[in-house]
Design a protein around this ligand. Structure first.
Ligand code: SAM
Length: 202
């Protein structure tokens, strides 16, 4: 027990140095009113710091973009705070989220009471190609490889005021990619360790 505590602390200190990782401490917690039932528990908890991140980053609330929608829990959370949310996903899963059949229609039906969410069935690579649009916030939660997170996340950091990345604690490659993106874009990398980790690049 004692050793585990020390090991966690040492890992944390190492990451702070290695990744120039800053600790994210929310100042307010607010559970959004309008959420879908979550099939996965992975993002549950983070919905309550979306408003805090908006205030912390001082971003506008016109348009959020999400890469990696799956059944739609995180999109539903974002839709409480942004006038429009665009969700991009291949909707067939991946090696980390699991492969399943095509859930595009199912996810669309989850959003029947969310008129401000628009879904686009696309690979992130096709979506970002020749795309110069800017967003207020972008959420990256696709396959958790270094390469995909870096490519999608770099574009996202260049096209948004604030970019958030899920699973910085559960996938080392995600954290490595987020740190590299922050370095390449001269932005800061804040990390919220709870609920599998949320990287915030501003
Ligand atoms: C972890 S799930 C997203 C969970 C969702 N953000 C939530 O918490 O409610 C990852 C999603 O990324 C999608 N995905 C994986 N690779 C992708 C790619 N290259 N382009 C677009 N979507 C991708 C998968 O289909 C899957 O639905």
């Amino acid at each position: 027990m004692f050793n585990t505590g020390i090991a966690t602390k040492l890992r944390s200190i190492r990451d702070n140095i290695l990744f120039k990782e800053l600790k994210y401490v929310p100042t307010s917690i607010e559970k959004p009113r309008h959420l879908i039932q979550s099939k996965s528990q992975a993002w549950v908890g983070l919905e309550s710091i979306v408003k805090d991140i908006i205030q912390f980053s001082n971003c506008q609330t016109n348009h959020a973009l999400e890469f990696g929608v799956e059944f739609g829990y995180s999109s539903s959370a974002l839709s409480n705070y942004f006038k429009k949310v665009t969700g991009v996903d291949i909707f067939t899963g991946d090696e980390h989220a699991g492969f399943h059949g095509d859930i595009f229609e199912l996810t669309k039906s989850n959003f029947k009471d969310f008129p401000n969410i628009e879904l686009i069935k696309s690979d992130y690579r096709d979506f970002i190609k020749d795309n110069a649009q800017q967003y207020d916030l972008i959420h990256v939660d696709i396959v958790h490889t270094y390469e995909a997170t870096y490519e999608c996340g770099l574009w996202s950091a260049q096209h948004s005021t604030v970019t958030i990345f899920h699973d910085t604690e559960s996938y080392r490659d995600v954290k490595r990619a987020v740190a590299a993106i922050a370095k390449a874009t001269h932005k800061k990398f804040y990390n919220y360790k709870k609920y599998n980790g949320l990287g915030i690049v501003i």
